[in-house]
Write a protein that binds this ligand. Structure first.
Ligand code: NAD
Length: 366
């Protein structure tokens, strides 16, 4: 079947340098999450113990760019599922943000012990390098800027080094803040956050910076995190009210900003939600796409996750001639993208998450 995602894929087999370091291209065409992916590679290095996967979803807009996740997966099958979903997600995120990047992602199967970490990351660098620039890596869950410097020893196909664009979280938070302003404009006719009750769930790298912006803008913050210290800090720094996970249902708030892990927007949550706006940094917020329809029917304004949380990847796109000022200006445009998206959703009566997909696919054709 022809699709916008169809692409001419020249055949490519990575160079294998010896028998203890092996890269194979996997046939995953019958996987439920396979969607015109260009390739999925598996690498095993016997010396370091590295097992990793790189998924290249689509390169119509440029080389595949997306972070590397290091995680203790239950099985290799779970890691493959993750790399397929995440690499596809990067195609949509990069495309809707009009970046000259395609979609790709890497996962390292298992968190190594401290004494093995360096050699695992070096071997991962060799894996990335063997793909000859088809995929550029960066940080994701479980990986720090320091880790990326180790990966860089064996490949130049790395973004987000601490000495160049650095930690993406402040830029992601700034983009989410701009997105919340766009949502307020649409819902309330004004972008003012004065007195708005905003629940920020997850006061980590992104959540904390977001609280700072919202507090400065006059929002009344409610914070929820499994980490008590993170909550206490937000209470002290931003006069935030601490709420516990079992108190979230029926909470009197205007705006919900999910900034912890994904999957918080379930039917159960949406049905009891009394606020007006959902807009936060977490990836994959909708438990299923149908929840996006439910949110729309309820009249709640949802800022699609991969549109509002693109600040970090936009920041990276300014490498190698990096300028934080130029990057921040570009991240601010998330507000315009969301404004257009909300208008289109209203005029066509289509849920916002579907409009986001349509916009991403339209950009992919260009
Ligand atoms: P982080 O790990 O620094 O922070 C996450 C916080 O959420 C932690 O403080 C953790 O204790 C808390 N948390 C986890 N589960 C929770 C739960 N059930 N209830 C309440 N709190 C919980 O991560 P981050 O870098 O701030 O990223 C936050 C989210 O934004 C993630 O979903 C991430 O994938 C997404 N994201 C981050 C970036 C970025 O630039 N860091 C970019 C795009 C998307």
């Amino acid at each position: 079947m022809h699709s916008v995602l169809s692409q001419e894929i020249p055949s490519f087999e990575p160079h294998l340098d010896n028998s203890s370091f092996r890269i194979v291209k996997l046939d995953v065409s019958d996987h439920i999450d396979f969607d015109h992916h260009e390739a999925v590679y598996r690498c095993q290095d016997d010396e370091s113990g590295l097992i990793a996967f790189i998924g290249i979803h689509n390169r119509n807009r440029g080389p595949a760019v997306g972070g590397c996740r290091m995680w203790n997966y239950q099985s290799e099958a779970d890691a493959i599922t993750d790399v397929l979903r995440l690499s596809k997600g990067m195609t949509y995120k990069n495309s809707v943000s009009s970046l000259a990047f395609g979609g790709g992602k890497a996962v390292i199967y298992g968190v190594p012990t401290a004494n093995k970490r360096e050699s695992v990351l070096e071997a991962f660098g060799r894996f990335v390098n063997a793909l000859e620039g088809r995929y550029y890596t960066a940080e994701d869950v479980g990986i720090s800027p320091k880790d990326m410097s180790i990966v860089k020893r064996n490949t130049n196909f790395v973004y987000g080094l601490s000495e160049i664009s650095g930690d993406p979280s402040p830029f992601t938070a700034f983009g989410v803040y701009q997105g919340i302003k766009a949502a307020c404009e649409k819902k309330y006719g004004s972008d003012s956050l004065q007195g708005k009750r905003v629940l920020v769930q997850g006061i980590g790298h992104v959540g904390y910076y977001l609280c700072e912006y919202l507090h400065q803008d006059g929002a009344q913050l409610l914070v929820c995190d499994l980490n008590e210290k993170a909550c206490e800090k937000a209470k002290n720094d931003f006069d935030a009210e601490i709420v516990f996970s079992d108190q979230l249902f029926g909470l009197a708030i205007d705006i919900y900003a999910p900034c912890a892990l994904g999957g918080t927007l379930s039917a159960e949550f949406v049905n009891q939600f009394t606020g007006d706006i959902v807009s936060g940094a977490a990836n994959n917020q909708l438990v299923t796409p149908a929840i996006g329809d439910l949110i729309h029917e309820k009249g709640v304004l949802y800022a699609p996750d991969y549109v509002i949380n693109a600040g970090g990847i936009i920041n990276i796109s300014f490498e190698p001639d990096y300028s934080s000022v130029a990057a921040k200006q570009r991240v601010a445009k998330i507000r315009t993208t969301l404004r257009d998206l909300f208008e289109r959703s209203e005029s066509e009566n289509v849920p916002t998450y579907r409009v986001a997909d349509e916009m991403a696919l339209e950009n992919l054709k260009q």
